[in-house]
Design a binder for this molecule. Structure first.
Ligand SMILES: Cc1cc2nc3c(=O)[nH]c(=O)nc-3n(C[C@H](O)[C@H](O)[C@H](O)COP(=O)(O)OP(=O)(O)OC[C@H]3O[C@@H](n4cnc5c(N)ncnc54)[C@H](O)[C@@H]3O)c2cc1C
Length: 440
């Protein structure tokens, strides 16, 4: 981001998207830099008082994960600082107060994170380095432009994977002591002080933290990966990994997941189907948000999609629901209601149902603009993996044809791909899914 000669002050890793001690290229790079300069190393996380409307469900998951990360860092003699307040102010103040000699940041394509980083850069003169610790192939290396779809990104990623999909070295015990070791964080006080919406609470299905993430990965690879290819579009089969909350918070590295999947003895077909989602689709979502600043509005959609949605803007809607009806799962469609309730109750809607869910929001909203805003708002409020490039891209795919192509035209949707309950019934036992969610 900004090279230069650093002073002998500590190296600081500003941890943001990748909230883990192990298998984290940004942290490993920070340690390498610190060792080369024989200086101390610290990690700081800047906890914003509010973040894109995240309720307690998300803060609880994030804080428990950070608590575990702070312990793991301590074992390697790397102090962890939790800074509270606007990150664009707390990080520069910390850098100045601690005489930091070099700042290392991880990568996030979301506008708010980029604005924090840009603000910090403008206030500081220390060298600052960015490491993409989230993607396997760093986002800007995989492609230097917005890709049309998986078919254009896939060959670029495949070419680069042998170089980037490699095992991680361990994080070492840091040999140079930090001069002002911080007081241990009072996590209970941090939790109590948070002024966020507590009506959306934690969920039991996803115990937070890096250790729980590793357990979830082991359970998936040993018990479910071998039915991924055939079962992933059936929400009645437990075929998905369930790893998205951990990947979203960076409690688990996608690269470690890919290596574990590659090493397993599951059928090749299942491994390939899974790695396509984990690597190509996930990195495609980062590509979309990184190169298209309008990733969460209609202006981000391809021109053909904007035109077709505009042309069908005035088509009569057989039924219209407002956001409150949708949020309360008060629609005529029992399958859609079940998907909404699965998200509210468990913090994670099945992947197939997410597509159906968002497309019906388009069908039942007065305008595509309102549909997109509602889908993003509900997704980010309830999904434990919400506020992620995957979510913005998933909504843009379903409602705006992003990474898709034009389909035969029909009312409301125009040339945007349509999905129906009948289609779902041909894929899986819809009534069993509805019963399953009702019993949750
Ligand atoms: C409308 C809509 C909203 C979505 N919202 C989110 C969201 O907020 N957060 C989120 O992480 N994903 C989102 N997705 C993408 C996808 O549905 C989820 O990543 C997946 O269901 C997570 O469950 P899993 O980890 O068990 O998936 P698995 O099928 O086991 O996949 C493993 C990993 O691959 C990646 N992946 C899988 N499918 C996709 C995809 N279509 N696009 C990009 N990456 C993918 C994810 O990182 C996922 O954790 C959304 C998709 C749609 C259509």
């Amino acid at each position: 981001m900004r090279d230069g000669v650093s002073t002998r002050g500590p190296a600081l890793y500003w941890m943001s998207r990748d909230q883990r001690a192990a298998d984290n290229w940004a942290l490993l790079y920070a340690q390498e830099l610190a060792l080369a300069r024989q200086c101390p190393l610290a990690v700081a996380f800047a906890l914003a008082p509010s973040f894109l409307g995240a309720p307690w469900r998300h803060y609880d998951f994030l804080l428990a994960g950070l608590q575990e990360t702070a312990r793991a860092l301590q074992e390697r003699h790397i102090p962890f600082f939790l800074l509270r307040g606007d990150p664009a102010a707390t990080i520069p103040a910390f850098v100045r107060d601690h005489g930091v000699g070099a700042l290392i940041v991880d990568f996030d394509p979301l506008r708010i994170k980029r604005a924090w980083q840009a603000s910090a850069i403008s206030q500081l003169s220390v060298p600052m380095y960015q490491v993409d610790a989230h993607n396997i192939v760093p986002c800007w290396v995989a492609s230097d432009k917005q890709e049309i779809g998986a078919r254009t990104l896939r060959p670029k990623i495949r070419r680069l994977l042998p170089e980037f999909l490699t095992p991680f070295p361990p994080l070492r015990v840091h040999p140079i002591p930090y001069p002002d070791a911080p007081e241990p964080v009072d996590w209970d006080a941090v939790r109590a002080a948070l002024d966020v919406d507590r009506t959306v609470g934690p969920v039991a299905a996803f115990p937070p933290g890096a250790a729980a993430a590793r357990r979830a990965l082991r359970a998936f690879v040993t018990a479910r990966l071998s039915r991924y290819a055939s079962g992933r579009n059936d929400p009645n089969q437990e075929a998905l990994s369930g790893l998205s909350p951990y990947l979203h918070c960076g409690q688990l590295s996608a690269q470690s997941v890919a290596l574990a999947v590659q090493a397993s003895d599951a059928p090749q077909e299942d491994k390939e189907a899974f790695l396509e989602e984990l690597i190509v689709r996930r990195e495609l979502a980062d590509n979309y948000c990184y190169y298209n600043e309008q990733y969460d509005t209609l202006a981000g959609f391809p021109t053909w999609a904007q035109e077709t949605l505009h042309a069908h803007q005035r088509d009569p809607r057989p039924v219209v629901y407002d956001r409150a009806d949708l949020e309360a799962a008060r629609t005529h469609d029992a399958l859609w209601n079940a998907a909404q309730l699965q998200m509210v109750k468990t913090g994670k809607m099945h992947g197939y149902m997410r597509m159906y869910w968002a497309k019906k929001i388009l069908e039942w909203s007065p305008t595509p603009e309102e549909a997109l805003a509602t889908a993003i708002a509900l997704n980010d409020r309830y999904e434990l993996d919400g506020r992620d490039p995957n979510g913005y891209t998933g909504c843009a795919w379903a409602i705006g044809g992003v990474h898709d192509h034009a389909w035969p035209s029909r009312p409301i949707f125009g040339k945007i791909r349509y999905m129906s309950e009948g289609g779902a019934r041909r894929k899986f036992d819809v009534d069993a899914y509805i019963r399953h969610v009702a019993a949750l």
